[in-house]
Design a binder for this molecule. Structure first.
Ligand code: SAH
Length: 234
């Protein structure tokens, strides 16, 4: 297992017990969840009975929401502590998801083309080799299936909002969560997707409003953005 930064896994594991606290360190992920869930549901043409793998699922904030809308979801992550919290939360909520501690590359070798859709949100900017995860996502989805990524753009505005604003000034995101150099420009993401046999269908900006505690999607891709891709037909 080489495509993993141990410090990242330690960072997310250390917050494991607070993933589901709506006022805790992960609050922003809860706040953006309805907007991204709606986007994914539209992108994949409805969630009912779709087989979806959520790559870098954490404690299942998105994984459970997808399952609640009828999808059959598998969440994978390399932070076992977060997966434990995800399983416990599933017992409480009664929403059934499966969780596994496995690298995306290993799951892709085990289950090629097994999923109708793959979600990989807010994760690529935490791995040493994002292109390798993207290739794994492409291998996991069936030909013609959908892959949805989200990440953070790399430019001075993104630095100002995500590092200075969200981490240093407001503490909205825990300090040390993001490293500017690992942010990903849309052109870079699209090139990696193309190399993996994924065609970009749409790219959407996501704007987070900390006062309203919600997000809206639109044309501004300067900071947070989602990319909907489709695997090329076989
Ligand atoms: N996708 C979730 C969580 C985002 S936080 C959401 O949007 O709600 C980033 C997650 O990526 C953490 O759970 C962290 O443990 C995971 N992660 C970091 N590096 C990883 C790797 N190499 N493989 C799998 N998961 C990883």
């Amino acid at each position: 297992m080489s495509n993993v930064d141990a410090a990242e896994i330690r960072h997310f594991s250390s917050m494991a017990s607070r993933w589901w606290d709506p006022h805790g360190e992960m609050a922003a992920l809860h706040h953006i969840n309805p907007a991204r869930l709606r986007y994914i549901e539209n992108a994949v043409g409805g969630l009912r009975d779709k087989h979806i793998v959520d790559v870098g699922c954490g404690a299942g904030i998105l994984t459970e929401a997808l399952a609640a809308r009828g999808a059959k979801t598998l969440g994978i992550d390399l932070a076992e502590a977060s997966l434990e919290v995800a399983r416990l939360h599933g017992l409480e909520s009664g929403i059934k998801c499966e969780y596994r501690c496995v690298a995306s590359e290993d799951l892709a070798a085990e289950m090629p083309g097994a999923f109708d859709a793959v979600c990989c949100l807010e994760m690529l900017e935490h791995v040493p080799d994002p292109a390798s995860v993207i290739a794994a996502c492409a291998a996991l989805v069936k030909p013609g299936g959908d892959v949805i990524f989200s990440t953070i753009n790399r430019n001075p505005k993104a630095y100002a909002l995500m590092i200075v604003g969200a981490e240093m000034l407001t503490g909205l995101v825990p300090r040390g969560t993001h490293e500017y150099a690992k942010f990903i420009r849309p052109s870079e993401l699209e090139a990696w997707c193309r190399a993996a046999g994924l065609s970009a269908v749409e790219i959407k900006g996501m704007r987070y409003n900390p006062l309203l505690k919600s997000a809206t999607l639109g044309r501004d891709i300067d900071v947070n953005y989602l990319m909907h891709c489709r695997r090329d037909a076989a």
